[in-house]
Design a protein around this ligand. Structure first.
Ligand SMILES: Nc1nc2c(c(=O)[nH]1)N[C@H]1C(S)=C(S)[C@@H](COP(=O)(O)O)O[C@H]1N2
Ligand SMILES: [Mo]
Length: 320
């Protein structure tokens, strides 16, 4: 399978078409501005309403070289059902979300429950920029420059017991701030989960920012998960709780429509959604129209070389 990932041993200038390399250099330049902003941490006031820079180093090993989706498109075309089901709702309605102070509770199969506030989380490991494809189960995709670090850093800091096999992510569910929490479309709080080895995989990103700035609220501020080889709904936003469990947790989408949204939800062009094909996707770049040509969806969203071995021997039609 042709991998679109940039190999660590190769200088990007040797393998990247010139026009993309030029754009990429431009991009690196903006990255350098971000680095000037601070020494790795942002001040306590960082979660104010004005965009704040997050300093970070680009992780080229895990970054796609494809054309980035514009910041405008990434922040105005969203799924965040707590704030409404139209793509434009979250950008309008999430403005009132209070993201500071913010605490993430760690519970379940751990030596002792812990809490991390957002400043502790920001300091836990060096921030990296990772350019990931995001493939929504609805059939569109984006290329997003996230900022964060591998979730494995937080898992290691959580003193997880040997009996834990799964991890559950629980989003905020505050009816005072989230106008659509009362709607019956999903069971709230929004809950997602991974097998522990998936959560420990270095690609799984605890995410604090995009385009070099702290996450916009509509994208899941102040902290979310990003699992690039799975459909977008696995990547829970605005997380307040992480729980380690022995048994496979239930998830909001699986409860809502079990035959449509499985626990695994690895991007798989060979397993169709019961109501539509998953073989192709429309790339939203922000500079094309929504009726852009369809492109082929890749197994595991193009990350097969990195993650495929975790599913060796599994029937991926059964474990969809
Ligand atoms: N809490 C919560 N997390 C969520 C969702 C949601 O509705 N609520 N939508 C999911 C879906 S379907 C997708 S495609 C991605 C979209 O992330 P983005 O808006 O940052 O691109 O968030 C996921 N995380
Ligand atoms: Mo999605």
């Amino acid at each position: 399978m042709k991998q679109k990932l940039n190999l660590p041993s190769i200088n990007p200038s040797e393998i990247t078409p010139p026009e993309i390399y030029a754009r990429r250099r431009e991009f690196m330049a903006y990255g350098a501005t971000g680095l000037l902003a601070s020494t790795g941490l942002i001040p306590n006031s960082a979660w104010a309403d004005t965009p704040q820079k997050l300093s970070k180093k680009t992780n080229s090993q895990y970054s796609s070289m494809e054309t980035l989706t514009t910041q405008q498109a990434i922040t105005s075309y969203n799924n965040f059902y707590e704030f409404g089901t139209d793509k434009s709702d979250p950008a309008h309605n999430a403005k009132i979300l209070k993201t500071n102070p913010w605490v993430v509770h760690i519970e379940g199969l751990v030596k002792k429950p812990k809490t991390f506030d957002i400043d502790q989380l920001l300091k836990l490991a060096p921030m990296e920029e990772r350019i990931y494809r995001l493939r929504c189960v609805e059939g569109w995709s984006m290329v997003i420059p996230w900022v964060g670090y591998s979730l494995s850093n937080l898992i290691r800091a959580s003193d997880v017991l040997g009996s834990a096999k799964y991890i559950e992510f629980i989003s905020l569910a505050d009816p005072a701030q989230m106008p659509y929490i009362s709607s019956p479309v999903l069971k709230w709080p929004y809950t997602e989960g991974l097998r522990l080895d998936e959560a420990m995989h270095p690609l799984t990103l605890l995410t604090f920012g995009l385009y070099g700035e702290v996450l916009p609220k509509q994208n899941g501020a102040p902290v979310r998960i990003t699992v690039p080889w799975k459909y977008g709904f696995k990547s829970a936003k605005s997380i307040v709780k992480i729980r380690f469990t022995e048994h496979q947790p239930t998830t909001s989408w699986n409860l809502a429509a079990p035959s449509e949204y499985g626990f695994y939800s690895n991007v798989n062009p060979q397993v169709n959604h019961p109501r539509w094909s998953q073989a192709t996707e429309r790339r939203i770049t922000g500079t094309n129209s929504l009726i852009s040509p369809k492109i082929k969806t890749l197994p595991f969203n193009g990350y097969e070389q990195l993650v495929g071995s975790m599913y060796a021997g599994m029937d991926l039609h059964k474990y969809y």
